[in-house]
Ligand binder design. Structure first.
Ligand SMILES: [Zn+2]
Length: 304
């Protein structure tokens, strides 16, 4: 069986064909072309999938789509997607299923990253896995007792919007204040650094490099980012009691700058059961969202 993972982004859509064990068989990418609207997107997607199938010499069994928006997985609809508003409320899953003629799943990308962490990164050896996705925003997902946690409206584990300070904290892109993402999303990291140093930097990597050179403002930035992440992750442990928390996404390459403050905070938590047990890990595999979606789609076919 071959699963297809579709990572639909605002500018680029990436495809990955993979086995249920997460072995990558082939990859492709095409511009999302927001001007074409969802119908044009589905047409292009269908053509790209057929191209990929011809190249691989095998056909896709089922497809999973991962979208960084507020997804109603049951209805197969994106409720809110800041990247591409024209896709909101469009019957995307049904349209893609019709175009491909194969079963299709549509989920939030962090939820699919959680499935990828559980199945591919950890080889289904642990049943309780939480994922933190680090990019422009901060996302979260979890698999508990071997099941994907989605909640009543598919909005469980909107980790980036959990409140980690008093309501007077930094402003989040969602409009709320004091949310984790406003401190640990890439825009949050850059915002904190600019307020401390007045220097212009373009990415969290610049701030990480500056901290590596011993620059005081950069070190203070990461202290604040780490403190925010430590509060968020401690809450995650109290609520979910995971075996492992996996960090993934571009900003997770700043590795120890994120992990060390969380590790230190975990050592100070008095509940030794869950905090002595939980492991922290930077994902070794890239693109866990798309990979997880490919595997999830195959798992859904097996369950059906
Ligand atoms: Zn928010």
């Amino acid at each position: 069986m071959t699963g297809l993972g579709i990572d639909a982004g605002g500018t680029l859509t990436k495809l990955v064909a993979a086995t249920r064990e997460g072995k990558v068989l082939g990859e492709a990418a095409f511009p999302t072309e927001s001007g074409l609207g969802p119908r044009g997107f589905v047409k292009n997607l269908s053509a790209e999938v057929r191209k990929l199938e011809r190249r691989l010499g095998r056909s896709v069994t089922a497809a999973g789509m991962a979208v960084a928006g507020d997804v109603d997985a049951k209805a197969g609809v994106i409720r809110r997607w800041a990247n591409l508003e024209s896709f909101e409320r469009f019957p995307l899953r049904v349209s893609v299923r019709r175009a491909l003629g194969r079963p299709v799943e549509l989920h939030n990308d962090a939820n699919m990253a959680a499935w990828g962490a559980y199945t591919v990164e950890l080889g289904r050896k642990q049943s309780n896995v939480a994922v933190v996705t680090l990019g422009t925003g901060v996302g979260g997902g979890a698999v508990i007792d071997g099941k994907l946690v989605t909640g009543a409206t598919g909005s469980a584990l909107e980790f980036g919007h959990t409140r980690i300070t008093s309501p007077a904290g930094r402003r989040c892109t969602c409009g709320g204040k004091g949310h984790l993402e406003a401190y640990a999303g890439s825009y949050g990291i850059l915002g904190i650094y600019r307020s401390l140093s007045k220097k212009k930097v373009v990415s969290p990597k610049d701030v990480a490099d500056a901290a590596g050179r011993g620059e005081a403002a950069a070190k203070e930035t990461w202290r604040r980012v780490g403190a925010a992440m430590a509060i968020g992750c401690a809450n995650l442990v109290y609520i979910l009691n995971p075996d492992t928390i996996v960090f993934t996404g571009g900003v997770s390459r700043a590795g120890t700058l994120f992990l060390e403050p969380v590790r230190r905070a975990f050592k100070q938590e008095t509940f030794r059961g869950p905090f002595g047990h939980v492991r922290l890990r930077i994902a070794r595999r890239k693109g866990l969202g798309a990979l997880g979606a490919a595997v999830y789609a195959l798992d859904a076919v097996r369950r059906a």
